[in-house]
Design a protein around this ligand. Structure first.
Ligand code: SF4
Ligand code: SF4
Length: 308
């Protein structure tokens, strides 16, 4: 007579389910167990990596293959082997980064004061970072939008994505891992209490440009005429005092454009390095506020509403 298939609810009595259930039931219980102890979703890179390590250690494929033929005692021993491997792997690496690369895919790090040394060691150059000035709109890893109160220097992202410039997706590795920035070292995806760096901890252009006063002077002149606060104020004033607001807006746009051209043509700096020195072009900031600023052949800007 054909043996009756176990159809009991695995959640109701996991021990009975393990004793009587086929390999699919065992795999399902194993999955639930891992999810619970790792406190991570199945889709996360961390979950996949730790699971792989545990299953390699315990010989999960072999257990799965032979499960249906195992008697009660063998099943208990196999399950114990899985638990033991989980304990060994987690005790060795619990609350440590398993280098799954998920955080590197989600965003690039903000640079902190200790990262100044990375420029001195030439691990980083002006070409690999960019500046977000106060007033820029940003979204955090959870997608929550906010407006920056303080300047931030960030590692560039791979164009068209949020992936860090130094991340190699093919083998999930960091090109500068031994010299990775401070925020990457502090990253603890397993902790809900990870705090954002305090304003005093942030690396600034002022600190980075201390040895090149001629560039720092340019930054200050740019900030005076093209600060995002001034531009935002001008945008708000367009409805009440269009002439004065328009004048301030065009002054900022032209100065920003002029300085970028000068840094590129006369100082021969790359567009990436210019985005570090001056922050993102004002035209990009206006785009985020629904306005296209286009340069006409006469060399003046024309503003039009942005069509999505
Ligand atoms: S810190 Fe980043 S790389 Fe490390 S385990 Fe967490 S998500 Fe993966
Ligand atoms: S610098 Fe390296 S560790 Fe840090 S986010 Fe980029 S790829 Fe990841």
């Amino acid at each position: 007579m054909k043996e009756k298939k176990f159809l009991g609810k695995i959640r109701q009595d996991p021990f009975e389910a393990l004793a009587k259930g086929p390999k699919e039931v065992m795999a399902s219980l194993w999955q639930e167990y891992l999810q619970e102890i790792l406190n991570a979703t199945q889709k996360s890179g961390r979950f996949r990596l730790v699971r792989q390590q545990i299953e390699d250690k315990a010989g999960f494929p072999e257990i799965y293959r032979e499960w249906n033929q195992m008697d009660l005692e063998a099943r208990a021993a196999a399950w114990k082997r899985l638990m033991g491997a989980a304990k060994d792997v987690l005790w060795a690496g619990w609350e440590t980064c398993v280098r799954c690369g998920e955080c590197c895919e989600l965003s690039s790090p903000t640079l902190l004061a200790p990262d100044l040394a990375l420029f001195q060691q030439e691990v980083l150059t002006w070409n690999e970072v960019y500046t977000l000035r106060p007033g820029e709109k940003v979204t955090d890893r959870e997608g929550k939008p906010s407006t920056l109160a303080a300047e931030r220097l960030k590692i560039r992202e791979v164009p068209g994505s949020s992936q860090c410039w130094f991340y190699l997706a093919a083998n999930r590795s960091c090109r500068i891992y031994d010299h990775r920035p401070e925020q990457c070292r502090r990253q603890q995806c397993w902790s809900e209490e990870a705090e954002a760096p305090a304003p005093g901890e942030l690396l600034t252009r002022e600190a980075l440009l201390a040895g090149v006063p001629e560039v720092w002077e340019l930054v200050q002149a740019h900030q005076e005429r093209c600060s995002l606060g001034r531009v935002r104020q001008a945008l708000q004033g367009l409805e009440t005092d269009a002439e004065a607001a328009g004048e301030a807006l065009f002054d900022a746009l032209h100065f920003d454009h002029y300085l970028r051209g000068m840094l590129q043509e006369e100082w021969e700096l790359s567009p990436a390095a210019i985005d570090f020195i001056l922050g993102r072009p004002l035209t990009r900031f206006l785009q985020d506020h629904g306005i296209n600023a286009t340069l006409t052949p006469e060399g003046t800007f024309r503003l039009t509403p942005r069509c999505e």
